[in-house]
Design a protein around this ligand. Structure first.
Ligand code: TXA
Ligand code: MG
Length: 335
């Protein structure tokens, strides 16, 4: 299939919206990562997303809206807490899981009785949803298992000729996917960490916000052991994710020791004729923005081993470490 390339202009966004309305697939920029969109209420269209991504069909989609009133269509149970979070954080990098209405097909929710909803921030995304006239289901626009795309070129690398079109817009400024918070039960619970932290949510709601216990596992053996027992509430978290082709090791410890250990390991590997890439950050905002792109860059260069320095797992740093450890398959070296 020919993948049409659209610019981020009003005319082009309208053409792309026509394709969504007609049941096609369009990749588009958001502030977190690029999404691969289809009409969320059209079963056949959503089915195409799973095929294009090679994604397991029990992995539910995030449904994107451009207007708070669209919530009424998607959920019969909109609580005061949801309204408070929407008012504070939308448009923005927050996804709320809520009870789904009958209009939302099970293929969109991976068979669940809940639906995940987000209002993205970029004008291109908002205009696309508005012009399409329907909520847009959109997972990240990468092949399943690959790092999420933060530039239009990343999407083309994975998806060219698998989708109907792409809007080539600005790079994603956040760089990691939205915070997913489950609002469907008694207690708000973060299922996927992002730039909006549980502490921020808690402050705005004026109540405790929980963290899915599965997010606290860091040890490879423990994860493998418990994999069968744990049924993460966010099914997407159970698949191997964000993986570069290269082998990857995360070094954790005091920053100067991490640098030293990485230098020594790099030298050893290079002596053995391995091509090595080093990934180091001094702050979590930069780390979030650049991490997925660096994994893709390393793959393009044909790197054999990626040596990454872990960052402090606080606030956004916790969310970046969640992605980093998954990418490395929890291959950690403590120094
Ligand atoms: O930033 C983002 O959220 C991006 C952009 C495009 O908006 N989208 C994104 O979608 O990251 P995706 O499909 O790659 O990740 C969706 C996550 C998965 O971990 C999935 O399991 C979870 O949200 N999810 C979706 N619906 C859910 C539901 N009903 N209950 C629990 N988790 C859900
Ligand atoms: Mg994804």
């Amino acid at each position: 299939m020919e993948t049409k390339i659209f610019k981020s202009t009003k005319e082009d966004i309208e053409k792309a919206a026509d394709i969504i309305r007609g049941g096609g697939l369009i990749a588009f920029p958001t502030e977190t990562v690029y999404g691969l969109g289809a009409d969320a209420l059209n079963k056949a269209a959503v089915e195409k997303i799973y095929i294009a991504k090679g994604r397991p069909s029990d992995n539910p989609m995030i449904v994107h809206i451009s207007d708070i009133d669209d919530l009424e269509l998607l959920s019969p149970e909109i609580t005061e807490d949801m309204r408070v979070l929407a008012k504070e954080f939308w448009p923005g990098p927050l996804t709320m899981v809520m009870k789904k209405s009958p209009e939302v097909p099970y293929i969109t929710t991976g068979g669940l009785e809940t639906v995940a909803v987000r209002m993205p921030e970029y004008n291109t995304a908002l205009l696309l949803i508005e012009k399409a006239g329907c909520p847009i289901a959109a997972p990240s626009a990468n092949l399943s298992g690959r790092p999420s795309p933060t530039k239009g070129s990343h999407v083309l690398d994975d998806m060219k000729s698998r989708i109907d079109g792409i809007i080539m817009g600005e790079d994603s400024s956040v760089g990691i996917e939205s915070t997913v918070v489950d609002m469907s039960g008694d207690k708000p619970m973060v299922l996927r960490p992002g730039i909006i932290t549980p502490e921020e949510l808690s402050k705005v709601l004026n109540k405790k916000v929980f963290l899915d216990p599965a997010l606290l596992l860091e040890d490879k053996e423990e994860i493998e052991e418990r994999q069968s027992e744990i049924t993460p509430k966010s099914p997407g978290m159970k698949y191997r994710h964000y993986a570069p082709k290269a082998e990857m090791v995360v070094f954790q410890g005091e920053p100067s020791r991490v640098m030293e250990a990485i230098d020594i390991e790099k030298e050893r590997l290079e002596k053995n004729h391995k091509k090595v890439a080093v990934i180091l950050y001094d702050n979590s905002i930069q780390a979030a923005r650049e991490f997925f792109g660096e994994l893709r860059e390393a793959d393009k260069l044909g790197v054999d081993v990626i040596l990454a320095g872990g960052i402090e797992a606080e606030g956004l740093g916790f969310s970046v470490m969640n992605r980093m450890l998954k990418s490395a398959g929890y291959n950690v070296k403590k120094v």
